[in-house]
Each structure stands twice: as C-alpha cells, then as structure tokens.
Design a protein around this ligand. Structure first.
Ligand SMILES: NC(=O)c1ccc[n+]([C@@H]2O[C@H](COP(=O)([O-])OP(=O)(O)OC[C@H]3O[C@@H](n4cnc5c(N)ncnc54)[C@H](OP(=O)(O)O)[C@@H]3O)[C@@H](O)[C@H]2O)c1
Length: 256
C-alpha cells in the first residue's frame, strides 16, 4: 500500500519515518508546514498528488491542558480526521485517554472519556470508524524527537537537572520504534499498541538515572503537578504486545 502520513513531524511520525524502510509499504510523510490537516485544500491536493491507498493520521494537538482552552484543538483532533476518513481509508492514532476508570481496557470496550482532549480523541474515533476507518490506540510513547517526559528525560539528567517523575500513575511505556513497526502492519479495526511492561515514570527515570549518573530524580504525585485537565490514573490497555520498557532503556539513553 502507499500510505500517506500527515503530522509526520511529531514523536510517532518521526519513528515511522525511521522504520519505513523495513516496511512492505511505501510511506509518504507530510509535516505540518507542507500539509495542514485542517485545511480542505491541503487535504484534496495531498490526496490528488499522492493517490494513497491509506492514511495513517498522526497529526494532533497533544498538549492535554491546552486542548481544553484552545478553540483550534477540536478542528485538528476531531474535524480533520473525520474529513480525511470520508475521503480515504484512514487509520487514526488514538489514545488510552479515551478510557477513565480501572484498566486494563480492551479494544472492544466503549470509551468513557473524561476531559477535553480525551473527549476529542473519543469523538474522532467514532467519526473515523463510522467512515469505515480504523483506530490504533497508543499511550505513554517515548523515543527520539519527542517533547514528552521520557523523550526528554536523559537529556535533562545529563544536563544535571532535578527531574520530577510521577510515581502514582500506572503506565505501560512504549518505545516509539517498536510502536512504529506495529503500526506499519496496518491492522484493520480497533487495536491497542502498548508495551508489555507496567511501571511508573518514576521507575523509568531511576533506570535512566542509573545509566546517565547525573542529575537527580524526584518522586512526585500527579496532584502536585498543578495540571488543569484530568489524567486517567489507570489507563492501561490490553492486550499489551510490545517489548517492555526495561528492554529499551539503553536505546533510550543512546538516542535522546
Ligand atoms: N505520545 C504519546 O504518548 C501518545 C499517547 C497517546 C496517543 N497519542 C496519539 O498519537 C498521535 C501522534 O502523537 P505524537 O506523540 O507523535 O504527538 P506530537 O509529537 O505532538 O506530534 C503531533 C504532530 O501533529 C502536528 N500537527 C498539529 N497540528 C497540525 C495540523 N493542523 N496539521 C498538520 N499537522 C499538525 C504537530 O505539529 P506541531 O509540532 O507543529 O504542532 C506534530 O508534528 C496523536 O494522535 C496522539 O493523540 C500519543
């Protein structure tokens, strides 16, 4: 298949770019500067120019707190994937945030989102599925080129910083390059792609600290971070099939 990948400049998009050569598919990557997913002209032109068999939709507003106050977030996270899915077979990158309450959650479970970003992802899922598309739920992704906690952890410790790491959130950290390989298999329907190893970001930070041997790791509770939007305390997904985080710590430290 020829797969068009808008939103390719982010964490997951750059992992897909790194792994595309090992895939049987032909991948075409579109960063935001080349293709704004909310612009209908950009969509029509990209589909006309590349004639893809499928779209792997990676574009999103992923700042969870900003999504509650930024009126453009709905357009990127919901309206855009719905529009693309009506035009071409689309795989939507979605989130464990569509579930609140006790996990692990199965692919067939009805979403019960709490919060603006979570609601946007759940509405996007429904729209993409209604158009005949597919959903790939992911969570806690870390790897090169990311802005999230674990993607920047090694660099901050190396710089001698004290890093605050959550210890009261159950997570299934997922190495972006493992995720990319799983996504490029393009399974149809609703699928979960997370690491088999459970833990906390505090445990991950200690493992990285043991390798970097600089900086400091400070345990912190979710409530202490002053975040405005709720986060699922137990957003675990099942089945979890990707390698556990402790097998990827050397790679994380080498790559970030
Ligand atoms: N990373 C995780 O742990 C995680 C967890 C659960 C779900 N997900 C989902 O996985 C997908 C990919 O996430 P990610 O981690 O790769 O996020 P990311 O690093 O924030 O990347 C998202 C990309 O989308 C781009 N984008 C934003 N608005 C756009 C627009 N109007 N048109 C085109 N591109 C636009 C962003 O560009 P700018 O940087 O210029 O804004 C960015 O390059 C998202 O759907 C996210 O909800 C990720």
């Amino acid at each position: 298949m020829r797969i068009l990948i808008p939103g390719a400049g982010g964490l997951v998009g750059s992992a897909l770019r790194a792994r595309a050569a090992s895939s049987i598919h032909e991948c075409v990557f579109l960063e935001r500067a080349e293709c704004d997913v909310t612009d209908a002209h950009h969509r029509v032109e990209a589909l006309r120019r590349y004639r893809p068999d499928a779209v792997l939709f990676c574009a999103a507003r992923t700042d969870v707190d900003a999504c509650a106050v930024d009126p453009t977030a709905e357009a990127v996270n919901v309206t855009a994937p719905a529009a693309w899915a009506r035009d071409v077979e689309t795989w939507l990158l979605s989130s464990n945030f569509v579930f609140a309450g006790e996990g692990p959650h199965l692919p067939g479970e009805a979403p019960g989102p709490v919060g603006a970003y979570a609601g946007q992802k759940a509405r996007a899922e429904a729209a993409v599925l209604a158009a005949g598309g597919h959903v790939a739920r992911v969570g806690w992704v870390y790897g090169p080129n990311g802005r999230t906690f674990a993607s920047t952890l090694a660099a901050r410790l190396r710089a001698g910083q004290a890093v605050r790491a959550l210890y009261d959130l159950r997570v299934q950290p997922t190495w972006s390059l493992d995720l990319a390989d799983a996504l490029l298999e393009m399974p149809r329907g609703v699928h979960h792609h997370v690491g088999r190893g459970e833990g906390s970001w505090y445990a991950v930070a200690l493992a990285v600290h043991a390798r970097v041997r600089r900086g400091e790791v400070v345990p912190v509770r979710l409530a202490e971070l002053g975040l405005t939007e709720p986060r699922p305390r137990d957003g675990r997904l099942a089945p979890a099939s990707l390698p556990p985080w402790w097998e990827r710590m050397d790679a994380l430290v080498a790559a970030t």
